[in-house]
Write a protein that binds this ligand. Structure first.
Ligand code: C2O
Ligand code: CU
Length: 613
């Protein structure tokens, strides 16, 4: 029932590792790589579908100016919100008290300042596993820790909002990488759909699930000349999955419920993946969207913890609950890092791993009076090697219904121009360095699956606190070959930069010792991987090759050095422990020696002593 790579068995993948990597690496005992999904006993109460309109997030207003630039203060608060008509109000966490947070509208070339303020109560809303990085994280702080990351932001490292820059209520306690209260966003990168979300070490999955995410739309002054659908015809949509308790509160598992090793595991325990049973769009469960029969621009964001979406619009009979013919296609005009050079029509499905954005135009002019379903056919454990157990694949086929008003098309001056943005190709032969990194599964000290990121020297994986191994130099170009030797797809995200996807190949065809990558020999980038990406989905048993320039490139992006992160964006993986530091070195160093004070030194690691102050 699972198609494609699902047929590849784990032993054959591991065999492939052994064969290819034998020259320079030895493969350890086969780890327990059987993917597990949280077996969730809770199902959400029955909620009538498609009864409420999808909300549009408000736009954030600046409080004043700082250094002549707009200055925002955003309070992170616990509030009650109506997620569905048939549910009691749900306690959520929201930026400015809203879930999702209000949209930040920024303009290219106009920097802004934001002070993110923690006003959360003492208790976390969700079950916290205090064993995650427990040597390095204080779990007894007066309030929950937060830190806000601008995802896709080409920003200074002090304002990146990285996991160790957390802070508690009113900045009472701060993490080892906290350096400033007022974040500075330089907005010197192509116009794009960015988003902001929480990134606190060890609890990112919980803080985002509680509601801490919002859009950051960076616009270019020349954008209106493109005549794309705008104003009320441009709608940001964040797709998420949630499960609710009967009292309306958010459900999040405390562990694997059918876990025969539960006795020896922490309580609560992190789960390897989490999939909710209810579609939530812009903070509304099972919503409908009413549109006019004309073109719309949607800023789609996968804001789910673990779930992949593989989307298509289908005709829908609402009373029978059945789908019919294909609806209008998505015309992709931009992705993570900005406009494509030209629009691409998505004829298959639009795939979005967690954190991916798709800037699309949909033309409803032929659908007046009809109903469409935003349909998802991605199983949970995307391309995972689970048994043919329908329950375990936990699909979420129905995302949102779209009702097209009227009886005939309305006047629509908008268009999709044939030329959009500037995406100068980064030539493969300009690469200064080839980097080979791996995605692996191991088991932790509680015999739970733990996902890790490895290197050519240590393909079996490094932990977060191991010394920095990714140290690109400013103004150089690197090819990253990302090999997935786990049993499922992972969306891999690099902070700071946007890269171009060169292509994919099967792991068994990959030769890590080759001097160059021949893009001709690869499966070409998928339709939605054109242009500038900050996240790439790597399927099991394959190697994805990306090319990335660190620093300004042909007049696009800007130079930054310092300490950033790269990680899997399935939030359960990111927390445990599929995240690594990345240090961009100033170009005068040139020697790729580690420069940053990554909060680890051998002394501390050996003694297991705390590294925060
Ligand atoms: Cu969207 Cu490191 O995060
Ligand atoms: Cu992952």
């Amino acid at each position: 029932m699972l198609r494609g790579v699902g047929a590849l068995s784990i032993p054959s993948l591991l065999g492939a590792v052994g064969k290819t990597a034998a020259a320079s690496n030895s493969v350890p005992d086969e780890p327990n790589v059987v993917p597990q999904v949280a077996q969730i006993s809770q199902s959400s109460p029955e909620l009538e579908k498609w009864v409420e309109e999808v909300p549009r997030p408000g736009v954030m207003e600046p409080q004043g100016t700082k250094e002549g630039q707009p200055y925002y203060e955003v309070e992170i608060q616990e509030v009650e919100q109506d997620i569905h008509r048939d549910l009691p109000p749900t306690t959520v966490w929201g930026y400015d008290g809203q879930y999702p947070g209000p949209t930040i509208e920024a303009t290219r070339g106009e920097p802004i300042y934001i002070r993110w303020q923690n006003k959360l109560p003492d208790e976390h809303l969700l079950p916290v596993d205090t064993t995650i990085h427990d040597e390095n994280v204080p779990y007894d702080t007066t309030s929950s820790r937060v830190v806000t990351h601008l995802h896709g932001g080409n920003v200074e490292h002090e304002s990146d909002g990285k996991p160790l820059a957390w802070f508690t209520r009113d900045f009472e306690e701060t993490g080892p990488k906290f350096t400033k209260k007022d974040y500075y966003y330089v907005n010197d990168q192509p116009a794009s759909t960015l988003w902001y979300h929480d990134h606190s070490l060890g609890i990112t999955r919980l803080n985002v699930y509680a509601g801490l995410a919002g859009f950051y739309l960076l616009r270019d002054e020349s954008e209106p000349e493109l005549d794309l659908p705008g104003g009320e015809y441009e709608i940001p949509l964040v797709l998420q999955d949630r499960t609710f308790n009967d009292d309306g509160s958010l459900f999040y598992p405390t562990g694997l419920s059918e876990d025969d090793r539960a006795e020896s595991r922490p309580k609560p325990s992190i789960v390897p993946q989490f999939y909710g049973d209810t579609s939530v769009v812009n903070g509304k469960a099972w919503p409908q969207l009413t549109v006019e029969p004309r073109k719309y621009r949607f800023r789609l964001l996968n804001g789910a913890n673990s779930r992949f979406y593989n989307l298509k619009l289908l005709e829908y009979d609402e009373s029978a609950g059945t789908t019919g013919e294909e609806g209008p296609s998505f015309t992709l005009i931009g992705n993570d890092g900005g406009f494509l050079s030209e629009p691409v029509q998505i004829n298959e499905r639009l795939q979005l791993g967690s954190s991916k954005r798709a800037d699309v135009v949909v033309d409803f002019s032929d659908y007046a009076g009809q109903t469409l379903l935003l349909h998802n056919n991605a199983p949970a454990l995307f391309r995972g090697s689970v048994d043919d157990d329908v329950e375990e694949t936990k699909p979420l086929p129905e995302v949102m219904v779209i009702n097209i008003e009227g009886t005939e098309p309305v006047e629509d001056p908008s268009q999709v121009p044939s030329r959009l943005g500037r995406v100068p190709e980064i030539p493969v032969d300009s690469a200064d360095h080839n980097r080979y990194v791996t995605l692996v599964t191991q088991t932790d000290e509680y015999d739970r699956p733990v996902h890790l990121l490895g290197t050519e020297e240590n393909i079996t994986g490094n932990h977060l606190y191991d010394p920095v191994t990714e140290t690109p130099t400013l103004d150089t170009t690197e090819i990253w070959s990302i090999a997935n030797i786990t049993g499922m797809s992972h969306p891999i995200h690099l902070h700071l930069v946007h890269f171009q996807v060169l292509g994919h190949q099967s792991f068994s065809d990959f030769n890590p010792d080759a001097d160059t990558i021949d893009p001709e020999s690869l499966d070409p980038p998928r339709t939605n991987e054109q242009g500038w990406n900050d996240t790439v989905t790597v399927d099991p048993g394959e190697v994805a090759h990306i090319i990335v320039h660190f620093g300004e490139y042909d007049g696009l992006f800007n130079d930054q050095t310092g300490h950033y992160m790269w990680h899997c964006h399935m939030l359960e993986h990111e927390d445990h422990d599929m995240m690594r530091p990345m240090e961009v070195l100033p170009d005068d160093s040139g020697n790729n020696e580690e420069k940053c004070e990554w909060p680890v030194d051998d002394e501390n690691r050996d003694s297991g002593g705390p590294i925060f102050e």
